[in-house]
Design a protein around this ligand. Structure first.
Ligand code: AMP
Ligand code: TRP
Length: 349
């Protein structure tokens, strides 16, 4: 704790520093929005010095198509702005534009052990999926890069969905280990999860997370994308798998399909209590209709603003350029300090 305070003081920072990211591995989903982006927009950018990053280097950890990654990176950045991130209030940038991330990732690889990387749930899941294409070494070392993303900025809080909590926990371990070995360079960050919808489930398979790459399942019928048109959203919600029984009760274990719909509704209504909402419904049909309406209410303005911004790529480029410049300036001194602390000879010494 004293190391944290001392470290923050060393770099002259007062405001709470927030950092989070999204991978351009597919079209952003309702899970990304409700689990992460909506907090960034409604809360973080107003209360903290917040940085939000399109983590394109992470998208290279699995079999990828270069043109698609490029397109999705631009789309993700445009969607973050369309969802309401305001470049006057926060820093929006692309990971590969700031060299400090990979520079620090190497030191994180020298801090982490192979065993703790192999234990990551996301690694095990993705490695199983990637077996045919060949598992890239970067998929295993990915949490070292993610730790670098976070630690380079002296981040206090990392607003993410539940699936990322384990990676943030590992980041804490690495920060503490590094500080213990080499001196207090890093702030030890913590994950902050949303009250509701920290884990939005696939509408066709409510025991699995709604993810960008679950599009393969059922032709993506269980995944709502932020750019889905109103009729597509409605169809996906109305066809959502519900559970045996007909009464609407909130029980994530026994009734995961209905609980997921209630979570989505509650989150769209500004973190209402999902269990409380259940009482208002006598049938799955009326619940689904209200969910479809609520999701569409949330997505329509994002879709419309995205269309405007996509027509002005020069604006988005300008935001990303300025964002990268600020990020570089923030990260550089701490990454330099980390290089020096581990025993690397400073330039010009
Ligand atoms: P990713 O799509 O893995 O780049 O995730 C970007 C952010 O969205 C992270 O904070 C994730 O935890 C969050 N997220 C992704 N999928 C979901 C989901 N199904 N439910 C809640 N949060 C999610
Ligand atoms: N690993 C995160 C995900 O899959 C994305 C990410 C990369 C991230 N670096 C980060 C999130 C730093 C928060 C902070 O969602």
């Amino acid at each position: 704790m004293s190391a944290m305070v001392e470290t923050a003081g060393t770099f002259g920072e007062a405001a709470t520093r927030v950092f989070s990211g999204v991978q351009p591995t597919g079209h952003l989903t309702l899970g990304n929005y409700l689990g992460a982006v909506r907090q960034w927009v409604a809360r973080e950018q107003h209360r903290a010095d917040a940085l939000f990053c399109v983590v394109d280097l992470h998208a290279l950890t699995v079999d990828h198509d270069p043109a698609r990654v490029r397109r999705l990176s631009r789309q993700a950045a445009t969607l973050l702005l369309a969802a309401g991130l305001d470049p006057a209030r926060c820093t929006v940038f692309v990971q590969s534009h700031v060299g400090e991330h990979t520079r620090l990732a190497y030191l994180m690889e020298c801090t982490a052990g192979v065993g703790e990387m192999r234990r990551m749930v996301q690694y095990k899941e993705k490695a199983a999926r990637e077996e045919a294409a060949g598992v890239r070494l970067s998929l295993l070392t990915y949490p070292a890069l993610m730790a670098a993303d976070i630690l380079a900025y002296g981040t206090d809080e990392v607003p993410v969905g539940e699936d990322q909590a384990q990676h943030v926990e590992l980041t804490r371990d690495l920060a503490e280990r590094f500080n213990r070995r080499y001196g207090p360079v890093f702030v030890v960050p913590r994950a902050t999860l949303p009250q509701v919808a920290a884990r939005v489930m696939d509408l066709q398979d409510p025991r699995s997370k709604m993810g960008k790459s679950s599009a393969a399942r059922n032709g993506g019928a269980g995944v709502i994308h932020l750019l889905d048109e109103a009729d597509v959203v409605r169809r996906k919600v109305m066809r959502a798998v519900t559970d045996a029984g007909t009464d609407v009760v909130y029980d994530r274990e026994a009734r995961p399909g209905v609980a997921n719909l209630l979570d989505v509704l509650a989150a769209c209504q500004g973190d209402a209590d999902p269990a409380g909402l259940a009482a208002a419904y006598g049938s799955y049909g009326t619940l689904k209709r209200d969910v479809a309406d609520a999701v569409e209410e949330v997505l329509r303005p994002v879709r419309e603003r995205h269309a405007e911004l996509a027509a002005d790529p020069g604006y988005v480029d300008g935001v990303l350029r300025a964002g990268a410049e600020r990020a570089r300036g923030l990260a550089r001194p701490r990454v330099d300090a980390a290089y020096e602390a581990v025993g690397l000879l400073p330039v010009g010494a």
